[in-house]
Design a protein around this ligand. Sequence first.
Ligand code: G4P
Length: 529
Amino acid sequence: MADLRKEIEKRRTFAIISHPDAGKTTLTEKFLLYGGAINLAGSVKGKATARHAVSDWMQIEKDRGISVTSSVLQFEYDGYCINILDTPGHQDFSEDTYRTLMAADSAVMVIDASKGVEAQTRKLFKVCVMRKIPIFTFINKMDREARDTFELLDDIEKELGIATCPINWPIGSGKGFQGVYDREKKCVIAYFDTEKGTKEGTSTEIPIQDEEHLKELIGEDAADKLLGEVELLDGASAEFDLDEVQKGNLTPVCFGSALTNFGVEIFLKHFLNMTTTPLPRKADIGMINPTEHEFSAFVFKIQANMNKAHRDRIAFMRICSGKFDANMEVRHVQGNKVMRLSQPQQIMADERKILNEAYAGDIIGVFDPGIFSIGDTLTTAKPFKFEGIPTFAPEHFARVRQVDTMKRKQFMKGMQQIAQEGAIQIFQEYNMGMEEVIVGVVGVLQFDVLKYRLENEYNVEIRMDNLPYEHIRWIENEDINMDKIVGTSDMKKIQDLKGRPLLLFVNSWSVGMVLERNEGLVLSEFGRE
Ligand code: G4P
């Protein structure tokens, strides 16, 4: 028992969120480097190789046009067992990216210092807020000309509505970036001899009060600027309060450069110190505590068709309590079946390791013969169900029809299976039946995946007509009379397969207009189970 507790308490499971190109991959690589999980050679050999080595799924999958999904990286550092959940960006952005955040206990937000908060960060941030998980900010690329530091913090506070608390403060930016000032220790850490891909170079640490040496170390102008900023900052910024951090109301902020290894390890240490052990999780029988409950897990992602010849799927689950042992029998609650999980594996990019055991906080992938759905619960204890995973707002919509009307059955079967895996969402016109299907996706790549898979796996050719809608809202009011909703000219009433009403909009401002026109109407960007 003591061992179980020790194993679970050393785990830290988090996702990294950022806009593409902010430096998420580079930062992840540096974390792995500190943890000794990748060697120097892999990282300095050229970024292309290094990047594929850690964060990408199998190339074949990419070539086939199948969505590249999140992978999990596990490594040890300083007595911690760290699980990093990769959230795919670029054109791979999909509902899976959001769902990954449902499996994390905290998030690291990477922001490009020359850009501030960007679109994709904003979207992912909303999911973290919904879950009230702690968020830690790393302002990256300080080795390039950066925006004013106060302005960057202001941007986060205004754009995202979260208070910020700088843990350290950058000394200059671009060519003049020399290191950081540690606010707790009240000392300046200046770097020398750092090299791309290597560990942090030598650093010199001196107390900020030692003005004479400070000026020698970083130059008179930089020292004056720093002293002025620190004075201003101490008077203006939010007090550090770990409780507020853990509730997700306050984000600690560190500055650095992932590429040149300025401030990465400092950030990692602060982060690990402040972040949380695996969190309890809500279920229909109350909160499930990771250390005080038998094995339980929930499915947060289903990766289809990893091996086309076998049409197999991998279900990814987050272990929420207890210990997983490859030989044990578990109950799939939704399917009401007791089973042995087949081929449990830890998936590290393109490498898969068969597992014998895993603990609360860990992510495992198991072979799925087509029985699991997103949100399902597995446990060795008396059956209960974890709170479901919400459906996230798609941003692209298309009307989909099968070309050959005789293939209606295969078409619907394929659509429903692909929707069950969570790759697409299916809707229908309000009060119109399933004559035509409206498909919603988070990332446009999913449209290609849908077309490809229907043709290849179900032998159905489809026609897709894009629809102009970009915003979807679930109606939270129970017993709503859809006919009475006063809409706007760009609004469309639809329903999901369970008959729940939704609204589609072309313009975001129409959402506000419809709320104004219909008193008491409650709209949500997340679809509850
Ligand atoms: P992502 O995963 O968030 O999409 O970003 P990624 O780490 O791939 O980094 C995006 C680009 O930004 C890369 O350049 C990377 O080298 C660069 N980068 C990351 N961190 C820093 C940093 O701290 N400072 C600077 N100056 N650049 C950084 P690229 O042009 O895509 O590749 P490369 O040609 O530079 O290798």
